[in-house]
Design a protein around this ligand. Structure first.
Ligand code: FES
Ligand SMILES: [Fe+2]
Length: 413
């Protein structure tokens, strides 16, 4: 990120910090709770935003070298994503051309040839059909036109994008606009996949996403955990079409007051630099680290969703953590100890991941399940988004616009 931009964001956060003020959108909205429970809305969003919209499926580090692969089954299309022997990223429908069985059942690994478990047809990691057992019994098949069905796939600046439809349009420049260059500056392509966690709970996927839509709750809901390190109630937000950037301050911001502006570093002064990428991606970038959260509805069930959290680190950060582990200086690590030490207790990468995901699961998403219940009851017809919650305004306005729903209703004072 450009230094001038880092300084201007940090200055705004310092102002809020010093004045005890949060971001102020100058407007409040009411939103119908039907967005979280209506089966028609759920069916429409599944169709428009998941089955027929480009998807960010991971970082380059998920396919760390030729012959690596991942499989996913998140948006109604079983996908096999590979890096072929030339290093090229591909996405295929994970379905054998004989009678449709998944050619790979494993989540991730390294393979040059995928052999279907049913009758053992084999495919290369570039998607070519390379072998049919007992071909003289089966009859002739033109292998050259019976490879795995290829889906549009683009690897750009460390991000892996694909479209779930073979003829779908995948234009990353258009999807990211001016954010493309900014995201490229974080060197995401150099990061290594270090762990993943999946959380499935009884809340609409948009309630999961709403978790990342304000900092108002940090010192309340998270008062004994995250709020001890990052008090919240401050935010810098910038919208980029359907996407946005969300930055909230860390107490470390104080020390920049004594330093010349060219030494200000947003990765130190910010608690989170978070990008929301339409429709369902949260990308949190840090110092040699990135956390990717993908949120998916359960098809046909607006009251249930799955969030997948992936952690990535630079090799340098991984080596440092391994060295700390090896020298035996680490004490007991638990969620409580981490937060009691003001964040300094986060000494292993596993603990960092665990703390992040368990806070989401046991605090944020627990609220989401309660919200889901009250929305489902039908008596609570609307929720209110405050002046200090503009990321929620942006996300829900965008969502409603894309689905052709009525706009959010402004509350007149
Ligand atoms: S279904 Fe794959 S080989 Fe028959
Ligand atoms: Fe939270």
């Amino acid at each position: 990120m450009e230094q001038d931009l880092q300084v201007s964001i940090l200055k705004e956060l310092m102002r809020q910090w010093d004045e005890g003020k949060n971001i102020d959108a100058g407007v409040q909205y009411r939103m119908p709770t039907s967005a979280y429970v209506c089966p028609d809305i759920a069916a429409k969003e599944w169709d428009i935003m998941f089955q027929n919209h480009p998807q960010l499926i991971g970082l380059s580090g998920d396919l760390p070298g030729p012959g690596t692969f991942i499989t996913l089954d998140d948006f109604g299309t079983p996908v096999l994503a590979t890096r072929d022997r030339d290093g090229q990223f591909h996405a295929f429908l994970n379905a054998c051309r004989h009678r449709g069985v998944r050619v790979s059942q494993e989540e991730r690994g390294r393979k040059n040839v995928f052999t279907c478990p049913f009758h053992a047809w084999s495919y290369s990691n570039a998607g070519d059909l390379v072998a049919i057992p007992d071909e003289d019994h089966f009859g002739a098949i033109d292998k050259s036109c019976n490879g795995l069905i290829e889906l549009p796939a683009v690897e750009r600046d460390g991000l892996l994008w694909m479209h779930p439809q073979p003829d779908g349009e995948l234009n990353v420049d258009e999807l990211l606009g001016p954010l493309a260059e900014e995201l490229a500056s974080f060197g995401l392509g150099d990061l290594v996949h270090a762990g993943a966690k999946t959380i499935t709970m009884n809340l609409n996927w948009k309630l999961a996403n709403d978790t990342f839509g304000e900092t108002y709750h940090f010192g309340k809901l998270h008062r004994n955990t995250l709020g001890k390190i990052y008090p919240g109630n401050n935010l810098h937000l910038k919208e980029f079409g359907r996407n946005h950037r969300f930055v909230t301050a860390s107490p470390a911001i104080e020390k920049f007051k004594e330093l010349p502006e060219e030494q200000w570093d947003i990765k130190v002064g910010a608690a989170f630099i978070l990008y929301y990428l339409f429709p369902n991606i949260t990308l949190i970038v840090g110092n040699g680290s990135c956390t990717l959260v993908k949120m998916f509805p359960e098809e046909g069930n607006p009251g249930r969703s799955t969030s997948q959290i992936f952690a990535y680190y630079s090799q340098e950060v991984i080596d440092q953590a391994e060295a700390a582990k090896a020298d035996g200086s680490l004490g007991e690590i638990s969620k409580d100890s981490v937060y009691q030490e003001g964040g300094r207790g986060i000494k292993t990468l596993e603990a960092t991941m665990e703390v992040f995901s368990s806070t989401i699961e046991q605090e944020d998403y627990l609220m989401g399940e309660l919200q889901q219940k009250s929305a489902g009851n039908g008596l609570l017809t609307h929720v209110i988004f405050g002046r200090n919650e503009p990321p929620l305004h942006h996300f829900h306005k965008t969502f409603r616009e894309v689905l052709g729903l009525s706009p959010l209703e402004e509350i007149k004072q």
